[in-house]
Write a protein that binds this ligand. Structure first.
Ligand code: G4P
Length: 535
């Protein structure tokens, strides 16, 4: 490998920043995404991303939605440039398409932006996604949105994050007023106030007026009461708050916090600039041959998401690969670690907004979409050079469970085959009852859509009509130490025991209370929210 290529890889990696936004529906993810792209010059008039969202929301017929998804799903990653940075924004499916893909996307992200509605604070979907980020040790940046509307006290929001998520907070900017009285934010980096000016929906990049702290003009702009409140808040932050500690941020222990209003495009650029300075750049990843730095000269990557197009006329499948090291080049030939096969990576796609554009090259931190002729499964490693494998992507606790039944005995084989293949592809988790007379597989999913996808695909690809019989559970935990540990624990109440696909015991609970009871009744039993990776 020539020095020139090594230098090229190093430069490319240093420029790259990769993140996913985690939020609860309606917090403003679409709006913020759109505004970020606007700064990246990727779209000139904000509106393109939202138009897509509206299209999705408006289609009530699921099949229609899926047809469109063949296109809209390509927004899995949005790549854009800002200043000297190359930014990859990974889209985490939310809303009605919340599924395990949402979690898996976080396995491909280096940073997470936690978007919060100022009036609502932490909401359920945000908490769930936060837990996944915590398990992965991702740095979390918080953007408190909708400051142009009445919301909760900023100090109260910081307190909620600290108490409930156990994260230290550092406010990088601080709001002055809110709702009708929202005047702007004070940037602690710049020691200056950025004045908010209401614009109609902020479809252009905002030009902000800035006043340095100490400038007598401040009092002119701010009403007296707001000014004193701001001074008081600032004193509290400076005296009682922690200092910004990037090591702790990178370890996922402290979150830098930003306030703004995505809709009016206020505070977005301040956020973006600080984020790019503080965010983690692509780092080394653990593999079977040790930690590999992104500047490692050979190309390596892993599959974190598979997308099957539901439209039978376009049965294409895309495997999304996170590039970890080296340089990816179009048409290159790589090895596939699980099967030992050689695969030519033709038709790679860079995914931007609504279009699929072909890509020529990619580096550590990028995501590429590959045509998947059924070779790839979730967690698969591809590499050029010496054989190696990345750690797989773990399965997280499903929250919905349902027996799936094939009422037609003549379709038994197709049904078995379909269930097996869809499981392997990662469309759903499969569990089984410990009652040997109950042979129907249990579908275990994170979101309702996964059930619908499985039923639809069994019918359209395997010709099997199926029925669901929902089970009343909402939590699953894997037992550390397996059946032996379970036997030792003796009889356990408030749960049922099932087997996962590898025959390992899993406890299902109706609710959090059931789980707490089992934990307190059986202190020696160790339960895990993620499945051990692999078989
Ligand atoms: P999501 O992707 O997280 O679900 O949220 P989305 O961006 O779709 O935003 C949800 C709603 O919140 C939208 O209103 C959006 O305009 C609004 N919103 C987003 N950011 C802000 C903000 O900073 N301030 C205020 N006041 N509102 C914000 P909608 O009524 O559902 O849609 P629309 O009619 O505005 O398009």
């Amino acid at each position: 490998m020539s020095n020139e290529i090594e230098r090229e890889i190093l430069e490319a990696v240093q420029k790259r920043r990769n993140f996913a936004i985690i939020s609860h529906p309606d917090a403003g993810k679409t709006t913020l995404t759109e505004k970020l792209l606007l700064y990246g010059g990727a779209i000139h008039q904000a509106g393109a991303v939202k138009a897509r969202r509206d299209q999705r929301k408006a289609t009530s017929d699921w099949m229609e939605m899926e047809k469109q998804r063949g296109i809209s799903i390509t927004s899995t990653v949005l790549q854009f440039a800002y200043r000297n940075f190359q930014i990859n924004l990974l889209d985490t499916p939310g809303h009605q398409d919340f599924s395990e893909d949402t979690y898996r996307t976080l396995a491909a992200a280096d940073n997470a932006v936690m978007l919060i509605d100022a009036a609502k604070g932490l909401e359920p979907q945000t908490r769930k996604l936060f837990e996944v980020c915590r398990l992965r040790g991702l740095p979390i940046f918080t953007f408190v949105n909708k400051m142009d509307r009445p919301g909760r006290e900023p100090l109260e929001l910081l307190d909620e994050i600290e108490q409930e998520l156990g994260l230290k907070t550092y406010a990088v900017n601080w709001p002055i007023g809110m709702g009708d009285l929202f005047k702007g934010v004070y940037s602690r980096r710049q020691k200056a106030i950025h004045l908010f000016e209401r614009r109609s929906h902020g479809s252009q990049q905002a030009q902000e007026d800035v006043i340095k702290l100490g400038d007598p003009k401040i009092e002119e702009y701010l009403e007296q009461e707001l000014y004193y409140q701001f001074k008081e808040d600032l004193e509290i932050l400076e005296e009682l708050g922690d200092d910004l500690d990037l090591d702790q941020v990178h370890a996922g222990k402290m979150t830098p916090i930003f306030f703004g209003s995505a809709m009016t495009n206020f505070g977005v650029q301040l956020f973006l600039e600080a984020f790019l300075e503080y965010a983690l750049k692509p780092e080394g990843r653990n593999s079977s041959v040790g930690v590999l730095d992104p500047t490692h000269p050979e190309f390596t990557g892993f599959v974190f998401k598979l997308q099957a197009n539901m439209d039978p006329k376009h049965r294409d499948r895309v495997a999304f690969v996170r590039v970890c090291t080296g340089k990816f080049e179009k048409d290159m030939t790589v090895s596939h670690a699980r099967t030992g096969k050689t695969v030519r990576l033709s038709r790679p796609q860079k995914l931007f907004a609504q279009d699929r554009a072909s890509i020529e090259e990619a580096y550590g931190g990028d995501v590429i979409g590959l045509n998947n002729p059924g070779v790839f499964a979730i967690g698969d490693t591809i590499y050029s050079g010496k054989k190696l494998e990345y750690e797989g992507i773990p399965c997280f606790s499903p929250e919905m469970f349902s027996y799936i039944k094939n009422p037609n005995p003549s379709k038994f084989k197709q049904f078995q085959k379909g269930i097996k293949e869809l499981r392997e592809e990662g469309a759903i988790q499969i569990m089984y009852s410990t009652d040997e007379f109950r042979r129907d597989p249990i579908l275990a999913a994170v979101g309702q859509l996964q059930f619908e996808v499985v039923q639809f695909r069994l019918l359209s690809e395997y010709g099997v009509e199926t029925n669901l019989e929902p089970l009343p559970y909402s939590l699953a935990r894997w037992v550390k130490g397996g059946w032996k540990a379970l036997e030792k624990a003796g009889r356990i109440f408030n749960t049922i025991i099932v087997k996962d696909n590898w025959g390992r015991p899993v406890l299902l609970f109706k609710n959090q209370w059931g789980l707490q009871q089992v934990n307190s009744d059986n202190p020696d039993l160790k339960l895990d929210v993620i499945a051990p990776v692999g078989a």
